[in-house]
Structures are given as C-alpha cells and as structure tokens.
Design a protein around this ligand. Structure first.
Ligand SMILES: Nc1ncnc2c1ncn2[C@@H]1O[C@H](COP(=O)(O)OP(=O)(O)O)[C@@H](O)[C@H]1O
Ligand SMILES: [Mg+2]
Length: 608
C-alpha cells in the first residue's frame, strides 16, 4: 500500500484551517514588493465598481425625463440619444477600468506567487538529507506545486473581489433605501432567507467539492505510481489487477462528481428562485406605488436593476470565504516547510576551508540516522587517518556502513560523537560549500540532469571549457564511448538520464567528477554497472588520477580495491581490519576470506 493512498494523509492535506492573523501578515510580506500596483488595483476596483453602480441611474433618468412625459418629440429624441451615448461611454470606461483591475490583480498575485515559489525551491535545496529521509517526496512536491497554486484565489483575487463585492453591496443597499423605504422594506423580507440559504447550500457544495478533489488526488496518485513502477507492473504481469483497482478508485470519483453536481445544479437554482421572489414583490408592490404616483417608472426600473446587482456579491463573498479557508491551510503548510531549519547549518564562526592537501581523519566517530533505533549505532567508534594523496578502499557487506562514512565526510550528516577532520580542520568549523567544492563523488545513483551530455559533464565546474572536458574524458578512457552516442557530447539527456544505460551513466558521472578536478575523490560503487573490461580500462586511468589526490573507493570487486594503499574492512558499522592488501592477506582474517572467495584461490598465508 503506498502512502499516497493512505486516507489519513489525504485528510491532513485537505484539512481546513482558519486564516490566522499571523499567516495573513506573513502572506502580505510577499505582496509588499508590489504595493504600488496593489494600490493601483484598489483604485481601479473602486472606479470600476462606481461605474457599474452608475449604469441604472442613466436608465432611470432616460425614462423619467424623456419617455414618460414627452413635451416635444424633437427634444425627447435628442435627450434619449445623449443619455444613450453617456450610458455607452460609462460602459466603455467601466470596461477599461475592469481590464486594468484584472491586469493589476494578476500582476500582484503572480508576482507574489513566483517569489513564494522561489523561496520554497531555494529552501528545499538547503534542507539536510535527514529531512528527506523523513518526509514523503510527494508531500514536498505538493508544497511547491499545488499548495502555491491554491493561493492564487487569495493573492490574486482576494483583495479586489472583497472590495468590489463590499462596495457593491453597500452601494446598492444605500441606493435602494434612497429610492423608497417601503419598497426596500418589502424586498428586505427575502434577504435573510436568501443569505442563509445561499450560505447553507454553499457549505454543502464545498463539502461535496472537497470530497471530489480528495478522490481525484487518489486517482492521480494511483496513475503516478503506475507510471513510476511500470516496469515492475509489466514484469509481474499485474496490469489486470492494477486496472481493476484503478477502476474502483475511479468509480468512487464518478459518484463524488454526481454528488457535487447535484448540490450545485439542483439546489443552487433554489437560491435563484428566492431572489426571483424578491423581484416579483418589487414588481407587484412597486407597480402599485407607480400607479399611485408615489414613485416614477424610471425609479422602479432602476430599483429592479439595482436589486439584480445585489445577489451576485453575496455569492462571491461566500465563495471567497471558502477559498480563503483553503488557501489558509495551504499557506500554513508552505510556511511550515519554510520554517523547517536545515539540521546541518554553517556554524556562525565557520571558516572557508582553504585549498586542501587531502588529509582525512575520523576520530572516535559514532553516528546513527534519526530514523534508526536509538540503541544501535550505524557507525560505531570509527577511527582512521588517510594521508594526502593516499587511496583508501572501504570493504564490507551491504549495510555495513561504507556509504555512511562517505556521507559524514561530505557532511551530509553529522556524527553524534567524535570528529571528522580534513587537513586538521574539524568539519563542524568550516563552511559546507568550501568543503564540498573540493570533493568529487560518484555513487550508484549516477543522477544526470536534463540538458546535453556536455552540460552534465560541466556540472561540477561550470567554467570548464569543452576542450578541458574532452581531455578529461580522454584520460579516463570514456571519450571514445561518448563519441559513439548519437550526437556525441551534444546528445540530449532525457529525464534522469533514461536514454542511457546504467553503465553509460556511471561512465558519464565518473567523467563529471574528473572534470571537476576535486582534491578528494570518492567512488562509491561507481563501477558496479560497468562490464569488467571497461572497468579495467577505467581502473587503469584512475590509478594515474588517484595519484594526485586523496581517494576513497568502495567496490565489491576486490580486483578494484586491492591496489589501494589502505583497506578498511567494515562489519556492522565497525572497522574490524585495517591495512594494505598484503598485510590483510597475511593477517588471514575476513579480508583474506573474501579474497579467497573472490579470486577462487586460497591464499597461502605464512601462518604455517
Ligand atoms: N538515510 C538513511 N536513513 C536511515 N537508515 C539508513 C539510511 N541510509 C542507510 N541506513 C542504514 O544504515 C546502515 C548502513 O548503511 P550504508 O552506510 O548505506 O551501508 P553500505 O554503504 O555499506 O551498504 C544500513 O543498516 C542502512 O539500512
Ligand atoms: Mg553503500
């Protein structure tokens, strides 16, 4: 069962939150850089709303002055033309203003959202690896993607819609009251039930809608999982079962869609009926007032037109209220991510590490991962010294702690006890950037980025020239292999390097590390996917490259590691043997036994 299907997790994703004043204030800091446009937006909103409110006035004046008591046909004709022109002019002005209103709103909202997205992206890059051990990848991506998108309604439309709705409501209410208070009183009978009904249906509608979204996200998760695992699905011939499971999820989604539609399209029109009742009252009662000469025809027409402008904003405000709640939940999740401090930080007094010789020292190091049980050390009292330029091999079973040692040297994690030193500098006292800039690492992961092969090879040293890259590849023996790619160094790398074989990716990541020309080189099972012959070629090249720098090699093929000047043998997080190939063979311990298994010949130790 994948986490994406875990209902508890989804409930959390869709939890509602109040928009606390703190969250709102913090969101506003992202609007602040655009405050000029924002103020402009508010002004356009006021003017556009004003122009809308003016519309019925023209109609009232037109009817009362020129249609109901005509004295001269000629004057009436001119008058009605002038009024029409004015009405049209006001309409055009309103159109222009609302264009500006929308444009400025988008400018503010998108600006703020882009800044927020950048902040999230930047922050994710800074977080320590231990955070990614603990947090589901889908949830992190959701923060940077869906959560920021859901702020759109609030950041782009929130202020402008709130202002225009409020102004329209107040404006219309005042105008209506000014026409005739009895008419206003008659119509206000329908307002409370209307507001209540509209809110009630709205809440029902939103609940149905939320359920629909939840199910949709389950459906997406199911599709995504099947794409990622498509090889496994096909290999185990699970297509039928997965299709069935997907169809079940989809079936529920269909029900939810119908439910949501029922609320919106069956109940919502009832709101329309109630507001229609208001119009009927006005028409009937208002008509009698006109006949008694207490109000004019124009006034009645304007009253009806204003009344129709009253119900829209009620709806919008309810809508906005719900959107704000949803945005609040998203905003809080985004800020929670932004507030997560990287566990590993540069010490305030950290110094940049100068160009290093390459002396590495582990001093009584104890280490465990946050997620590991407390009683067990992943690395248990590790002590060793590597002289500059030396090549060290780490040997041991899978899970014995080889990669963990490397992670401490890179300061991806920090030891709970003990110290790791480079050239005598405690890693805790130097800046991470200055350390990592001098270390080159090639791992089993061999991750490539989209771009060309050349772009990828320059990843560790963007200033390298094409010639330098080719030279490094030639030295390493990968040049001829890269040349055989369809477009050589200009071959496009697809997502995660999917258009290259595992072995080719390893060769590229090795070349990438060589181009970076690091002071310390780490190869963590870097040649495991390469055929033995190619490995031999690289091996040969590496021995010359190893000479100029301190190197760490992890490999299961003992032929790769036997030339190392020092071999550390690990077992369950402890160094159990330490020495050169010859010394360890002579010692006749674990290494000698591995050696025997690997080469298939018993080593005649001088134990006799
Ligand atoms: N990110 C991690 N979070 C928790 N435990 C881990 C993590 N990485 C490795 N481990 C555990 O630490 C131990 C040592 O792992 P590792 O150093 O990767 O071994 P090796 O590289 O020798 O195969 C293993 O038991 C492994 O399960
Ligand atoms: Mg490993």
């Amino acid at each position: 069962m994948s986490k994406a299907h875990d209902p508890a997790l989804l409930e959390e994703e869709f939890a509602r939150a109040q928009l606390s004043r703190r969250t709102l204030r913090r969101l506003l800091t992202y609007v602040r850089p655009y405050r000029r446009v924002f103020i402009g937006n508010l002004i356009f909103t006021v003017l556009a709303t004003g122009s809308q409110l003016l519309g019925p006035k023209f109609i009232q004046v037109g009817i009362d002055r020129y249609l109901t008591n005509i004295t001269s046909l000629q004057a009436a004709m001119t008058g009605i033309m002038v009024i029409s022109a004015l009405y049209l002019g006001n309409l055009l002005a309103g159109w222009l203003l609302s264009t500006l209103q929308v444009k400025s709103a988008i400018q503010v909202g998108q600006g703020a959202m882009n800044d927020l997205r950048l902040a999230v992206f930047e922050h994710i890059q800074r977080l320590s690896l231990s955070y990614f051990d603990k947090t589901h990848q889908g949830r992190i991506i959701n923060r940077a993607d869906a959560d920021i998108d859901s702020l759109d309604r609030l950041l782009t439309w929130g202020a402008t819609q709130l202002l225009s709705s409020a102004l329209t409501l107040v404006g219309v209410a005042l105008l209506l009251a000014q026409y005739d208070w009895r008419l206003w009183l008659a119509v206000s009978v329908v307002i409370p039930p209307l507001v209540i009904a509209s809110r009630w249906f709205h809440r029902r509608g939103m609940a149905a809608y939320r359920k629909m979204r939840e199910q949709a996200s389950r459906m997406t998760a199911s599709v995504a999982e099947n794409i990622t695992g498509v090889r496994v699905v096909q290999a185990f011939a699970r297509e039928e079962e997965n299709l069935e499971r997907f169809n079940e999820v989809q079936g529920v989604y269909g029900e939810r869609v119908v439910e949501a539609a029922r609320v919106f399209h069956t109940y919502m029109p009832i709101v329309g009926l109630v507001s229609g009742l208001g119009t009927a009252i006005v028409l009937g009662y208002g008509g009698s007032l006109v006949m008694r000469g207490e109000i004019t025809v124009g006034e009645l027409a304007a009253f009806l037109l204003y009344l129709s402008m009253f119900f829209g904003p009620v709806q919008t405000m309810g809508d906005l209220y719900n959107a704000v709640l949803a945005s609040a939940a998203s905003a809080e999740r985004i800020f929670e991510l932004l507030d997560t401090q990287p566990q590993i930080n540069n010490n305030p007094r950290a110094q940049a590490l100068p160009r290093i010789e390459g002396r590495v020292e582990f001093e009584k190091v104890f280490f465990r991962y946050d997620t590991a049980p407390a009683e067990h050390w992943t690395l248990d009292d590790i002590n060793f010294v590597v002289a500059p330029g030396e090549t060290v091999a780490l040997v041991g079973a899978t899970g014995s702690g080889k990669t963990s040692i490397i992670s401490l040297l890179m300061r991806f994690y920090e030891p709970q006890r003990g110290r790791v030193l480079v050239d005598g500098h405690d890693l805790q006292q130097v800046t991470m950037e200055s350390l990592r800039a001098q270390i080159g690492i090639v791992t089993q992961e061999n991750f490539l980025f989209t771009g060309t092969v050349m772009d990828n090879l320059k990843f560790g040293r963007p200033t390298a020239t094409d010639e330098e890259v080719i030279e490094a590849a030639q030295k390493l023996g990968t040049h001829s292999i890269i040349e055989r790619f369809p477009e050589g160094y200009q071959t496009k790398v697809r997502e995660r390097g999917g258009n290259f074989s595992g072995g080719e990716r390893q060769l590229l990541t090795l070349t990438r590390a060589m181009v970076a020309d690091p002071r310390i080189l780490i190869l963590d099972e870097a040649t495991s996917a390469v055929d033995p012959r190619t490995e031999e070629i690289i091996q040969h090249a590496l021995t010359t490259l190893f000479q100029k720098r301190t190197s760490f090699v992890i490999a299961h093929r003992l032929s790769t590691v036997r030339h190392a000047s020092k071999i550390l043998v690990l077992e369950q997080g402890r160094i159990v043997e330490q020495g050169s190939d010859a010394e360890l063979l002579a010692h006749g311990g674990i290494y000698a036994r591995l050696h025997e298994e690997f080469f298939g010949i018993a080593v005649s130790s001088n134990r006799s």
